[in-house]
Design a protein around this ligand. Structure first.
Ligand code: AMP
Length: 248
């Protein structure tokens, strides 16, 4: 079974990716920033900010899935039950959707990955793609303990239209209930309930946390203390990126 999944990924994902990346080689190295962290650690907030600062698209697989759910696509149908239960969507579904997005024109210079990879197989397939894209990779791990995650998620809101994240106390919108970016309505996510969040944290510790060691071994990992204020988190991240040539 495992062999079948790997074969599927190679044929359906990697081969088309290599074809895409071989035509990109002349374009120079891509700048790729990967944000790791538990749900509610602040990845979305930082990804939106960094996307604006560096002019790189934010690729958030959670947002892409929610868009697919709303549009009732085949990918949305495949992801629905996993998302409702707080479980991870199977790798082949994630990777198919991710590489469709990465093949778009706005990703040519680079991108910010928010919420992906989330498993070792996702990271390995992505790594192959990044190697062929001559990407310069930085991985930031936002470190926040579970107790603080539960507190933070209680006040979390996001824009129904564009997915921009807000928090009632830490980063409220300028106008109550309205997105600063696109004027869309702000809602609480269905999977931000205490029961589902427990499952999402379990999935994070079991399936996503091992990625820290994976990227540490590659020399890409930088740990960020995410327990401090938003401004202090920003300062840490900006300091790290200021020493990374492609972000200057
Ligand atoms: P997020 O908005 O990043 O918290 O993602 C919401 C949900 O989408 C997760 O709880 C998963 O069910 C699914 N999801 C998003 N990204 C991934 C991924 N890289 N791998 C597996 N499932 C994902």
């Amino acid at each position: 079974m495992k062999l079948l999944v790997i074969l599927f990924l190679l044929v359906c994902v990697l081969v088309p990716c290599l074809a895409i990346t071989s035509s990109k080689k002349e374009a120079g190295p891509q700048t790729v920033l990967i944000l790791l962290g538990a749900p509610g650690a602040g990845k979305g907030t930082q990804a939106v900010r960094l996307s604006e600062k560096y002019g790189l698209p934010q690729i958030a697989t959670g947002d892409l899935f929610r868009e697919n759910l709303k549009n009732e696509t085949e990918i949305g149908r495949k992801a629905k039950t996993y998302m409702e239960k707080g479980e991870l969507v199977p790798d082949e579904v994630v990777l198919e959707m991710l590489f469709q997005r990465l093949s778009q024109k706005d990703c040519r210079k680079g991108y910010i990955l928010d919420g992906v990879p989330r498993t070792i197989p996702q990271a390995e397939i992505l790594q192959n793609y990044l190697t062929h894209s001559h990407a310069d990779v930085t991985v930031l791990s936002l470190e926040v303990p579970d107790s603080m995650i539960l507190e933070r998620i209680a006040g979390r809101l996001s824009c129904e239209k564009c997915g921009a994240p807000y928090h009632l106390l830490a980063s409220p919108p300028k106008k109550s209930g309205v997105c600063d970016r696109c004027n869309g309505p702000l809602i609480q996510r269905k999977d931000d309930t205490p029961e589902v969040i427990g499952e999402r944290l379990k999935a994070f510790h079991l399936q996503t946390e091992p990625l820290k060691e994976y990227y540490q071994k590659k020399g890409h990992l930088v740990m960020i203390d995410g327990t401090v204020s938003k401004q202090e988190t920003i300062a840490q991240i900006d300091k790290v990126l200021s020493t990374t040539p492609l972000f200057n």
